[in-house]
Design a protein around this ligand. Structure first.
Ligand code: NAP
Length: 260
């Protein structure tokens, strides 16, 4: 399938590793020039070089914290008129809501709700003017099926999801789509470190903990980030102009329901 993306420009946030990196790689494989961001310059530059070598597209690495105004400004300076925006950031820490003060909550809202909203605000009118735009927010399966220990993630991401539900319907007629991808467990550094913490607490090794996670999934395994990248490419393709304001769960069937 020709996704129609060759020559387009994308900003992929939080993309030196994991799901963001997989989206950047998958878009680059379609001929998209990508600006990738992350806070740690060394790993970001390594990833940029890997994507360049694998695909031959233009890859620009912009170091910065996407939850800050300066981090967003740097990404936008490198690509002021993106055709594609992939919003992503690290997830908030787990814990007990009784321990979270206002500053802790604001940090979660900044990273997982307000950063995507402000980036959308910066790029959406240009996309409308050019009559093409694809915005994909990486959220979490926890938006549909909350995990008590991830209360800040549940709350902040639900705020973004509600905002996007409204805005996506205002911009769709201009061939600008906004959708959310909701990962279940994917084999990334984040999943490995969560599994390590759970394994230490249970007194077992990380591999057995990951095998437990895999067994608990109807798919019998955790997700491969490349599968996530492919779903992202489809949502960004020229064929996806009629997919508007959706929340696509990629969790191997873990969310048990008859529909949606
Ligand atoms: P990961 O493997 O830990 O990778 C996170 C990436 O984001 C790294 O490149 C990291 O680089 C960058 N990053 C983190 N915070 C950033 C910030 N404030 N500004 C710029 N870059 C930032 O994580 P992942 O598994 O891909 O997860 C991505 C998102 O999906 C997270 O929000 C996570 O909660 C969510 N999610 C993941 C899973 C899963 O199973 N993997 C499941 C549900 C939800 P630096 O540290 O150098 O900045």
């Amino acid at each position: 399938m020709d996704t129609g993306l060759k020559g387009k420009r994308a900003i992929v946030c939080a993309a030196s590793k994991g799901l963001g990196r997989a989206c950047a790689m998958a878009l680059a494989q379609e001929g998209v020039d990508v600006v990738i961001t992350a806070r740690t310059l060394a790993t970001l530059e390594e990833t940029a070089e890997e994507i360049r070598r694998a695909t031959g597209v233009k890859v620009t690495a912009v170091a910065g914290d996407i939850s800050t105004e300066a981090g967003r400004a740097a990404a936008l300076a490198a690509c002021p008129e993106p055709d594609i925006l992939i919003n992503n950031a690290g997830g908030p820490p787990p814990g007990d809501f009784r321990d979270w003060d206002r500053d802790t909550w604001i940090a979660a809202l900044d990273a997982n709700m307000l950063a995507p909203i402000f980036l959308i605000k910066s790029v959406v009118d240009g996309m409308i003017g050019r009559r093409f735009g694809r915005i994909v927010n990486i959220t979490s399966g926890s938006v549909k099926s909350p995990l008590a220990i991830l209360g800040m993630s549940n709350g902040a991401r639900a705020g973004l999801t509600g905002f996007v539900a409204g805005l996506s319907r205002q911009v769709a007629r201009h061939n600008v789509t906004i959708n959310n991808l909701l990962p279940g467990p994917f084999l990334t550094d984040r999943l490995r470190s969560n599994a390590r913490a759970a394994a230490d607490a249970a007194g077992v090794d990380v591999d057995s903990m990951l095998q437990e996670r895999a067994k608990a999934s109807p798919a019998g395994r955790v997700g491969d980030p490349a599968e996530f990248g492919a779903a992202c490419v489809f949502l960004c393709s020229t064929y996806s102009g009629y997919i508007v304001g959706q929340n696509l769960l990629l969790d191997g069937g873990a969310f048990n329901s008859t529909m949606g």
